[in-house]
Design a protein around this ligand. Structure first.
Ligand SMILES: Cc1cc2nc3c(=O)[nH]c(=O)nc-3n(C[C@H](O)[C@H](O)[C@H](O)COP(=O)(O)O)c2cc1C
Length: 193
């Protein structure tokens, strides 16, 4: 995909990419993406995130197998993303597990809500540079073996795993209904229920 420098185009062209070319994602490019994540807003500027970058097949392949099991569990034979060309994570160049503190196994609203702006910054930066990405949570069905594999300690949760790479093909804009269907003025509008 072509890089994007116009911010408004970035929002309409950032979309889920689930298949990637073999082109490696170099450290400088990945650094730019993670730097963008670091600059996201967070409650009290607490920066409540850690990023586990997974490139090593010894970790990525078992992660991929677990994720495939989640897809099979939810969709069986009728998986929509596979029909659109989704490939297993074993073929994804980089996975980033975005971790958040969870003392006593619970994230607070503030830390939980703080981690997704960082994910979005990373995905927008990726798209600006011409890469594709997708934010995933479906793997949480196999959370325990995944935490064991990534050696996530007690007191931390993974909020999302971002899959990243150079896309397998050019993707057009994302598709959304007209804005009017979502915006109310001054009061709740039952017509938009
Ligand atoms: C909280 C959240 C969880 C998601 N989980 C997954 C997931 O587990 N696997 C996946 O392939 N996509 C996942 N997505 C991506 C959405 O399916 C995707 O953004 C949505 O279908 C819109 O598609 P678009 O971004 O291409 O317009 C998730 C997105 C969000 C925001």
């Amino acid at each position: 995909m072509q890089p994007i420098s116009d911010a408004m185009s970035l929002f309409t062209h950032q979309r889920a990419v689930r298949a990637f070319s073999d082109r490696p994602v170099d450290d400088v490019t990945l650094g730019q993406i993670l730097q963008a994540a670091l600059h996201a807003p967070s409650s009290q500027n607490g920066l409540p995130w850690r990023f586990i970058v997974v490139r090593d097949a010894a970790v990525k392949d078992p992660l991929s197998d677990l994720y495939e099991e989640c897809y099979a569990q939810v969709y069986g034979e009728n998986e929509p993303d596979r029909a659109e060309g989704r490939e297993p994570w074993s073929k994804t160049p980089v996975l980033v597990a975005v971790c958040v503190p969870a003392p006593n196994g619970r994230t607070s609203m503030m830390t939980g809500a703080s981690v997704y702006p960082a994910c979005q910054n990373a995905m927008l930066a990726a798209r600006a540079l011409g890469l594709g990405s997708v934010l995933t949570t479906l793997w949480r069905l196999k959370k325990d073996p995944i935490y064991a594999l990534l050696e996530v300690p007690e007191g931390w949760e993974i909020a999302a795993i971002l899959a990243l790479g150079w896309p397998d093909r050019a993707y057009g804009p994302n598709r959304r209904p007209p804005l009017e269907q979502f915006v109310m003025h001054n009061r709740w509008d039952p017509a938009l229920q």
